[in-house]
Design a protein. Structure first.
Length: 142
């Protein structure tokens, strides 16, 4: 069943729903139709589903949502080394948002510094090229 697609036998006007509601409910319960689309002013306005189908849709939605959240949360564990006088202790822990933010910030700052250095190098190279190009012109005109 695709809840976004519907056929003409599943469409009923709101007036028809009021007058023939028993017939519509019977069709739904006997699985003659998957859903009933109720039209208001000729446009789809409401959808009637059998409750078990609604539960199936919601179960599928929740499981997909959880699987997406779990994929987003999977990250490498962080190893921290603590040294106390003679003892060395290694602790593995799940990264927290603060730790991730600090790591992201540090890597972003490194990238920015690299970009700035490259920009400065390219600017100095441009200036040198411009000076080289200008000098022969000055000599020619002088």
């Amino acid at each position: 069943m695709n809840p976004l697609q519907y056929t003409s036998k599943e469409m009923f006007s709101s007036t028809e729903l009021i007058r023939k509601n028993k017939m519509i409910f019977d069709k739904l319960s006997k699985n003659e139709i998957d859903k009933a689309i109720i039209l208001r002013d000729g446009k789809p306005s409401f959808m009637l589903l059998e409750f078990s189908k609604y539960e199936e849709l919601m179960h599928e939605y929740i499981s997909l949502k959880e699987s997406i959240q779990n994929k987003n949360l999977k990250t490498n564990k962080i190893k921290k080394v603590y040294e106390y006088e003679d003892n060395i202790k290694i602790v593995e822990s799940e990264p927290t948002t603060k730790e991730l933010d600090d790591e992201d910030l540090a890597s972003a700052l490194k990238e920015i510094e690299n970009l700035q250095i490259e920009e400065l190098n390219s600017e100095t190279n441009k200036e040198k090229k411009e000076k080289d190009e200008k000098e022969p012109l000055k000599e020619f005109w002088e």
